[in-house]
Design a protein around this ligand. Structure first.
Ligand code: ZN
Length: 161
């Protein structure tokens, strides 16, 4: 007889605790989400976004890259590279011979502001980088440095002042 209301209280407390946890997780997401970006690449040599932007108030930005295709990284590998707009072509040209193990980035290339590893179909990777030194008035672009991809696979990266 007494166990039933007791169970009811336990259930009520559990629901309250779950709801409180949900609110906590939601508020964490709101704070983190504006500094976290996600982009998907595919077997058709395309990114699903032409531009990405983050508020200048982000100290660090996390970029998640997904490859929704099925081709191996030797054939249709993708990475995500960030630089100023005027350096895109030179970085890609110099990275062409660097090989997949070096993410098609020339060793020590200081023009590269951030980059992920190269991934193949079904893969995911992410990188967290600091944007405090970046200028909201400058023109930045992201691109894939896999040989031959940069001309199509690129977009603007905007720091919103
Ligand atoms: Zn690519």
């Amino acid at each position: 007889m007494h166990s039933i209301p007791s169970q009811g209280n336990d259930m009520t407390n559990m629901i309250k605790a779950t709801a409180a946890l949900g609110v906590m997780l939601m508020s964490l997401n709101v704070n983190a989400s504006e500094c976290e970006l996600t982009i998907t690449a595919n077997d058709a040599m395309q990114f699903d976004k032409k531009s990405l932007s983050v508020p200048a108030t982000c100290k660090e930005v996390t970029l998640n890259l997904h490859h929704s295709g099925s081709l191996p990284k030797s054939a249709m590998g993708h990475n995500w590279v960030l630089s100023t707009a005027d350096n895109v072509q030179a970085i890609a040209n110099d990275g062409m011979t660097a090989g997949v193990d070096n993410s098609y980035i020339k060793a020590g290339d200081e023009r590269v502001l951030a980059h992920t590893d190269v991934i193949g179909g079904g893969g995911s990777t992410s990188i967290t980088f600091n944007i405090e030194g970046l200028d909201s008035k400058a023109a930045y672009r992201f691109f894939c440095s896999f040989p031959g991809h940069w001309a199509i696979m690129q977009g603007s990266f905007v720091i919103e002042a």
